[in-house]
Design a protein around this ligand. Sequence first.
Ligand code: UD1
Length: 451
Amino acid sequence: MKTALVILAAGKGTRMNSDLPKVLHPLAGAPLLIHAMHAGARLVPEKTVIVAGHGADRVRRAALSHDASVEIVLQSEQLGTAHAVDQARAVLEGFDGDVVVLFGDTPFLQAETLERMLAARAEHDIVVLGFDIAEVQPRYGRLIMQGDRLERIVEYKDATEEERAIRFTNSGLLRCDAQLLFELIAEVGNDNASGEYYLTEVVALANARGLSVTAVKCDETETLGIDSRTDLAAAEAGYQTRARTKALTDGVTLPAPDTVHFAFDTVIGRDTVIEPNVVFGPGVTVESGATIRAFSHLEGCHVARGAVVGPYARLRPGAELSENVRVGNFVEIKNAQIGEGTKVNHLSYIGDATLGTQTNVGAGTITCNYDGVLKHRTEIGDNAFIGSNTMLVAPVSIGDRAMTGSGSVITSDVEADALAIARAPQVEKPGMATKLFDILKAKKAKLQRGS
Ligand code: UD1
């Protein structure tokens, strides 16, 4: 069955107390909206429509940078969830499949739940996703069931005391034929306690037409909406707990799991060791049998089998570490490919560079990649030896098996097998140190006598 996703993301999120639109607040390194898009993408939708309102430009940019094929529609006034979905009407005109409505602030939806909703659609015209709530909360609508048929949804504000006590509540997600949904939405009014056009009204309207509506149940954690920074922190904690458990189950060693932070897309191979206090930003893959030592920060990078990173290392976007590479303490690597077995062990910055295999980069080496306006590349061959404290002023290349003297400022290319020394030659003056000390001591004594 063809599917179109409509993701509601126009709300202000007043309780976030933020200039940033609620759906752009990050969770595990990605905006809430991207999590929702990611969850929905498992349905392989023909179309994805995002309803933006508050901070629409920023929402548009974030959504398109994740998936350039999504369509953004504007809801300039937030008149309720039915009104929000109605903004997708023109984009979905004539669409002959189902609409699945998702919320941009509900990040934890599981593929299996979406599949169960799809399965239920075989027998019902509308499928709503509900969950049993542990504690009664005013923010959720109550699902009024008759056996497996959903009769109507009543919002807390409009509910009787009896209805308010119902624990089967509305997640907000729904699946329905697109054309039917827009027909029903056209009939939704706003005569209710909030004066809003409720999407939930379509349930009663469908029943009035003799159509069949049901609710599928999922776990409360899956439909956890995020309204405040407290909710966001709780969601992050929940996400991290699950990610740590998954990593351990997948055969990753975490001696102190509670101190390791994962991003939504972190991939780690079996028998890799992640020491305490390691943070993964988005876009990291670590292959099997690698070791990420304590206090390292990785984002947008790839670490191959057997590599050892850290402690205290920083791998930035575009860092590509081949097998058995060593990156040690206080080393930063950005947009650089490091060949197999190469070592950058201490206090270095390697940016916009390609390093060959089995090369040794001495302590304190810096690729001077930025001239204040443009970035330039450094190329280093195989089996090279870069002396400690070498400044490689890019663009520059160092040939295979070449060597640079410690403290050199290398401004031109070094050919293979050559030794380049670019520093002031050493001058030695016999006996001069003692003479200098005597002069200085005499000066000090004179000053002390004078005071
Ligand atoms: C809605 C449901 C409620 C359900 C709850 C789950 C309705 C009437 N009520 O509550 O039954 O239990 O979700 O969280 O549907 N939005 C827009 N434009 C609007 C209004 C909302 O885009 O005009 C978006 C918000 O950005 C958010 C989502 O829709 O992503 C839900 O809105 P919210 O105000 O949190 O939910 P309620 O309407 O209170």
